[in-house]
Ligand binder design. Structure first.
Ligand code: SAM
Length: 305
């Protein structure tokens, strides 16, 4: 198992911030700096090479040892460090230009700036987070990325009223709530038995919270698409939450995420989560991750008009 090896490292993923530049321009700069574009499997990329990710637009993949912190492209906000798995939720939500969108658990705002880029800085993006410290980090990141269509709200998402006039036009919601983070490679390497025993209580309370947040998102009157994601590998935070949300929200369908992606949600006796996507460090060279997509049923969409 690759994750068991202490030297296991993921490739470096950098997302081109299309609010400030284009992938073509970034590639030109990289070429001038001695990088060569290659078309091979991510685990074959060596130093000073990069490839274009086949699944996520505007995502570049580098050798794990590549350090971009001093590079102009990073300093200017043209390139953003973002693991491939973490680029999936905004790409899957795919809000239309000029639409209204909520990022319910937004800080530090990686997915928020990705959403803004997909919306091309149009419409309205509400970035909500409960933590004032993380909100401050997010504000800096959004400024650096030149995000201009976003209102940052320091609040518990659960106390925001879905019927509030402010959110009347919200059609898309991204739910990326706090989780155990059990999919994050660096944390997997730190695992000890003592920690594991404390984990079950935490897992239980996180699952309850995650379902609440997802249900709350599904209750916004005009919402048509909701993406739920975690960087956890536990069924309790992923497939189980989706199963309960499907049972509790008959006005929504679960939709197939990234149809070409081979690594799917788990199938158990009580629920088939094949429509969802999982990422596994050992096969996908990303952090462990989970993504589900809910879409309001057609007749329900019409009723709200
Ligand atoms: N989406 C972020 C990104 O891609 O940069 C990462 C989000 S992180 C997994 C979860 C966030 O949820 C944390 O910043 C945490 O402060 C926030 N959070 C936890 N409970 C919340 C609540 N009830 N309402 C709003 N935000 C909450």
């Amino acid at each position: 198992d690759l994750v068991e090896k202490s030297n296991f490292t993921l490739p470096k993923y950098l997302r081109v911030n299309t609010l400030l530049t284009t992938t073509t321009k970034v590639m030109e700069t990289l070429n001038k700096d001695g990088f060569t574009r290659v078309d091979c499997s991510v685990n074959e990329i060596v130093e000073k090479q990069f490839s274009s990710d086949p699944d996520i637009p505007n995502l570049l993949v580098f050798h794990f040892s590549t350090d971009f912190h001093d590079h102009g492209l990073y300093k200017l906000g043209h390139l953003i460090f973002q693991d491939k798995s973490s680029c999936m939720p905004a790409f899957v939500l795919n809000p239309s230009p000029n639409s209204h969108v909520i990022d319910a658990c937004a800080a530090p705002g990686n997915k928020t700036s990705h959403l803004s880029a997909i919306m091309n800085n149009t419409g309205k993006l509400f970035a909500i987070d409960r933590s004032s410290e993380r909100i401050e980090v997010m504000k800096k990141q959004l400024k650096k990325a030149s995000v201009k269509n976003c209102e940052v709200i320091n609040s518990d998402f659960l106390i925001l009223k879905p019927t509030d006039e402010k959110f009347k036009q919200v059609e898309y919601i991204l739910v990326d709530p706090s989780c155990t983070g059990s999919g994050i490679i660096s944390r997997q390497l730190e695992h000890t038995e003592e920690k594991d025993s404390k984990c079950s209580k935490r897992l239980e309370s996180l699952s309850k919270f995650q379902l609440k947040v997802l249900n709350h998102a599904l209750s916004f009157p005009n919402v048509k698409r909701v993406v739920y994601s975690t960087c956890s590998i536990h069924e309790e935070e992923n497939e189980l939450i989706v199963k309960l949300a499907v049972e509790q929200n008959s006005n929504f369908d679960l939709k197939k995420v990234l149809p070409k992606w081979h690594n799917r949600g788990l199938i158990s006796d009580s629920f088939n989560a094949e429509k969802c996507v999982r990422c596994d460090p050992n096969v996908d060279f990303t952090n462990g991750f989970f993504v589900a997509l809910f879409e309001k049923k057609m007749h329900e969409k019409l009723n709200t008009k």
